[in-house]
Design a protein around this ligand. Structure first.
Ligand code: MCN
Ligand code: MO
Length: 710
């Protein structure tokens, strides 16, 4: 059996021996290097002197300001012109020769200021407010009159920068017949569809080579990708663009940047009776590729803000608003971390107010197992799970952790989460056999570090009951499979894996069908076991190699493509906790121990899943303690390099223990739920809650090591 086993990553040998191929490793004869001139003003009318070799918005999107600003720039860092040179040194030198006239326009940086609509982030906007939507259930106005206590406050989830080790990058080449594009992206297919639309040209092949991480920042098609593709199509020479780290940080799309003003009414036992509030998400400058995604994730935050709790009366208004900052895009969790942060901080504040145990207060509020599936009233249905059971299991770990902390003078904190994963609309898988017996499995999704290829190999090997070494997994090329969606929203192993499972099952039934022909027997008379088909009553037996040989000889295809359409996403959940050393004098905090307990349904590979928890948890710890975009009054980024930004390393990582239960299976064929984001979804409030519990003072801003908290 392969499913459920900690199989080592089949992707790794070539990567860890330095044989990976990233966009910047690719060179074609005659490749030229592209560099972009970026706006130094948050909002201005621009005029660029046209010269030979300088390309502006007029060359890329004439008359429009997107993706490249032609007449009006709306954030510092926005690309406003491009140059092409023989290498990147010459390209950056060339940038200095471009003359830009800026005519300043009023700019707005603070999202609450932007809501007033006195200054527009872009003159083409009717309003800065991209969306304004209220979600309600019960009657919070009435309910709050009858509660024991009311608390009002504000919580801020700061602007983050994804910072994958590899920046974005693209190489585009029009070979006279078709446009070939290599991009560091989360989905070759999604980028292709976007380019087809933008260029109004369909003969495009997109390849996703090895990708050094993305964390959501490489989902959307970025302005530079549109621009380089357009220029490549126009000029017919291979063009490469790879930004510097600072360019990446000021233009790749930031994450989070939401705040919530809330009023919560609760009783002596900690039961929340009413929650009211406003969530404001700062979208930064308009960029439809980013803004269209759940309104910059503001809607997903709001729909999930009730968490795993049965809050009978609630009304929360969401505002997604434009400012003159870098556009915000998805960042690991994409809305769910913000939602989890808000509700878990609220619960912690209430628990401290009532001097209640963090597990008891949650037990008094969670949705009960007999209420599953549970419609949270804000448009999300939680499919399966037992929130009471997982809290009771967490109690044992938390009691031990608290005892150790007491002895050593450390702080502890805890948070719970429910999230949504396994998004659709569909995914494609293709499984076929080579004439030599090799099985090739191709996914339409776009793994870029998660290890999904190993999980896919496990799924195919388990279904066909053959050694995993016989299977080769491929992805990231629009030429090798019908179509695809991509890797994000912790969907890949569940949605892509279900497509893979269906394709492998179909291939297996084809094997059996062919065997029945070869043996002149009914399918019911045959038995498939470990790649061998035997006749139940007669002494006949066929190996897969015989069947494959026969199929090719007789003109029968063993190439199966399966499209798996998703009807509903699925909801993983868990309880995480931490022990932290807080040194008030040195204003220093160090996470000593972290325990994660999750239910993600069927676990395909516990080692891969645990790896995701390690990375995600450290990312969330970093949001609590170290990371955050520091924005100046004019919207410029002050900490635009990894040294200043507060990027965590292995040194900052605590000991992380992962436990899982497989109680709430999903309805997908794999039975799995996603875990790619869970760590980042819940660890931030775990850390802030722990520090708050120790200080006995309400915490408002992150990162804590820089904030006003201590
Ligand atoms: N897994 C499993 N059993 C489950 C669920 C997951 O064995 N029930 C395993 C899978 O086999 C896979 C991994 O855990 O190896 C994550 O799977 P899944 O939860 O399906 O998530 P995705 O593969 O769709 O990954 C996307 C997710 C997202 S949205 C972000 S952001 C993120 C993350 O993955 N970005 C990452 N983890 C990252 N890890 C790396 N190294 N680099 C990134 O950019
Ligand atoms: Mo993501």
């Amino acid at each position: 059996h392969y499913i459920g086993q900690p199989i080592k990553r089949i992707e790794d040998p070539r990567l860890i021996t330095g044989h990976g191929t990233y966009v910047d490793d690719l060179v074609f004869q005659g490749t030229k290097f592209v560099a972009f001139l970026r706006s130094t003003k948050p909002h201005a009318r621009i005029k660029i002197a046209k010269r030979e070799g300088i390309f502006t918005g007029e060359d890329i999107n004439p008359g429009k300001d997107f993706p490249i600003a032609t007449n009006e720039t709306t954030y510092i860092g926005q690309p406003i012109a491009a140059v092409i040179a023989k290498d990147r040194y010459e390209a950056y030198d060339l940038l200095e020769s471009i003359e830009v006239e800026y005519e300043d326009l009023p700019y707005v940086i603070d999202p609450y200021e932007a809501l007033k609509d006195e200054k527009k982030a872009y003159s083409g906007l009717k309003s800065n407010i991209y969306i304004n939507k209220t979600y309600s259930k019960g009657n919070p106005e009435e309910a709050i009159k009858n509660v024991d206590f009311v608390i009002e406050d504000e919580l801020i989830n700061q602007r983050m920068i994804a910072s994958p080790l590899e920046t974005r990058g693209i190489l585009a080449y029009f070979d006279g017949q078709r446009l070939n594009v290599w991009s560091s992206t989360q989905s070759a297919h999604f980028l292709r569809r976007n380019l087809v639309q933008f260029l109004n040209y369909s003969n495009i092949r997109v390849i996703q080579p090895d990708v050094g991480g993305a964390f959501g920042s490489k989902i959307i098609a970025h302005p530079e990708e549109y621009a380089v593709s357009k220029l490549a199509l126009k000029l017919g020479i291979p063009l490469k663009w790879v930004p510097t780290r600072t360019e990446e940080m000021i233009s790749a799309g930031h994450g989070r940047d939401k705040s919530m003003r809330f009023k919560v009414g609760f009783n002596k036992n900690g039961k929340i009776m009413a929650l009211m509030g406003t969530i404001v998400g700062d979208l930064g400058a308009p960029y439809s590729d980013a803004n269209d995604d759940e309104s910059g994730n503001v809607l997903s935050t709001t729909k999930m803000v009730l968490g795993p709790y049965d809050i009978p009366n609630a009304s929360v208004t969401a505002y997604a608003v434009h400012t003159n900052k870098v556009p915000t895009t998805s960042y690991r969790g994409a809305g769910r971390p913000e939602a989890t942060y808000f509700i878990e901080r609220i619960i912690n504040i209430i628990a401290n107010e009532l001097k209640m145990d963090p597990i008891e207060i949650r037990l008094n509020n969670v949705v009960k197992p007999n209420e599953m599936p549970y419609d949270n009233g804000f448009g999300i249905v939680y499919d399966t799970g037992d929130y009471v059971d997982i809290l009771n299991k967490a109690k044992k770990y938390y009691t031990e952790l608290s005892a150790e902390a007491k002895e050593k003078g450390y702080c502890t904190g805890l948070a719970m989460y429910v999230e949504i994963t396994g998004f659709g609309p569909w995914e494609v898988a293709r499984v076929f056999t080579k004439s030599d017996g090799k099985i090739i499995a191709i996914t339409g999704s776009g793994p870029h570090g998660q290890g999904d290829a190993t999980a896919f190999a496990q799924i195919v090997a388990e279904t066909l009951e053959i050694p995993i070494e016989n299977i080769e997994v491929k992805w990231g090329d629009t030429d090798i499979i019908e179509d695809g969606i991509g890797t994000w929203g912790s969907r890949t192993v569940t949605v892509g894996g279900s497509a893979m499972l269906k394709a492998a099952q179909e291939l297996k039934s084809r094997f059996i069908e062919i065997a029945s022909k070869m043996m002149n027997a009914d399918i019911e008379e045959l038995e498939y076991k470990e790649g061998t088909i035997t006749h139940k009553t007669e002494n006949k037996k066929l190996e897969l190699s015989d069947i494959i040989k026969y199929a090719y000889k007789n003109g029968i295809s063993l190439d199966v493509t399966s499209v798996y359409a998703v009807s509903k996403p699925t909801s993983p959940y868990g309880v995480h906790m931490a022990m932290i050393d807080v040194d008030k004098e040195l204003n220093k905090m160090r996470v000593i121990k972290y325990i994660a307990l999750d239910d993600i349904g069927k676990v395909i590979n516990p080692m891969l899943a645990e790896g995701q928890i390690h990375g995600g948890v450290l990312q969330g710890i970093a949001q609590a303690l170290y990371e955050g975009a520091k924005i100046a009054d004019d919207g410029s980024l002050l900490n635009s390099n990894l040294g200043d930004y507060g990027f965590p390393t292995a040194v900052e990582s605590p000991e992380i223990k992962w436990y899982y239960i497989e109680k709430g299976l999903s309805a997908h064929p794999t039975g799995s739920k996603g875990i790619g984001e869970a760590g980042a979804v819940v660890s931030t409030p775990v850390i802030v809650n722990a520090v708050e519990n120790c200080l006995g003072k309400r915490i408002k801003t992150m990162p804590l090591s820089l904030g006003d908290s201590l």
